[in-house]
Write a protein that binds this ligand. Sequence first.
Ligand code: KG4
Length: 335
Amino acid sequence: MLILSIESSCDETAVAVTEERNVLSSVINTQIEEHKIYGGVVPEIASRRHCENISLVCEEALKKANKTYKDLDAIAVTFAPGLIGALLVGVNFAKGLAMSLDIPLIPVHHLRSHIAANYLTHKELEPPFLCLTVSGGNSIITEVKDYTTFKIVGATRDDAAGECFDKSARAMGLAYPGGVTLDRIATTPDFKKYPLPTPKVEGSEYDFSFSGLKTAVINLIHNASQKGEEVDVPVLAATLRAKVSDMLVQNTMKAAENLGYNKIVLAGGVSANSELRRKMDEECKNRGFSLYYPEICYCGDNAAMVGAQAYFEIKAGHTADESLNAFATMPIDYI
Ligand code: KG4
């Protein structure tokens, strides 16, 4: 089944042509350079750029796949969660395409597609497994019972891990997207020099809280500047990275042991983090668990992962008509 997929939930306009787990083309037009000067994504600018770019990116994806509109069997699109104005561009473009070509329209949840990025990298990977999905807007631990059945077992109570990295990095004076830069410049952690807190969450042993950590980093930097002291940014970055990674790995391991999973999957933009991968690898090896994570090119937002999930959504009968809407928030287990 040949699927053309569209992703426009944040600051990347992406279109891909996929056939089950095989990627025929994956084109990403990123707006990072434009948002960099504001230190974060400006939603209005993101929507406008999606409008300008989407048909060109679509043409390019078809051309690279050596296909035409007539070859397509279905159109897939990210419909939630994300920036509402940005999502609406992709959703309406997809609706127009599906209607004019008279082929099915497949709505895809953004976090489901982040998880499905793993199917592109690991052709043999099948549910059930336990997945830690960490991105700029979400941090959740999910039981993936089958390709379209998800159960959330842990989630952040406040900021996502990516948000904590991005905002802390901004306070450190690092360029947007901060998480990527922070990971690149981080050296060795020093918990004595920078005693960051370990936030605890009451009520669920698998939930996270990252806003306190972010505030601690910001306060530490302000205090140092008031005293005229230099902050060792690479060491502070490494200390924060180790702290966040420990929290993510510990809760995932606890959930895996208690719920009986020995197959662990990492997904989302933050799954590119080198310390998170190293620590997760180490802890999984210690327990004899198998660990999967996507290739770096499929960690961030892209449309190939939308196509990978769309194949399973259409097989489960999850299609939409022209009344499809976009949603800024939507739990992964919505259906
Ligand atoms: O999944 P994604 O591309 O977009 C969302 O769906 O949110 O994730 C973007 C997030 C940003 O917060 C970015 O800083 C973070 O992923 N990120 C990283 C790394 N690469 C991307 N955070 C830490 N270390 C990285 N290597």
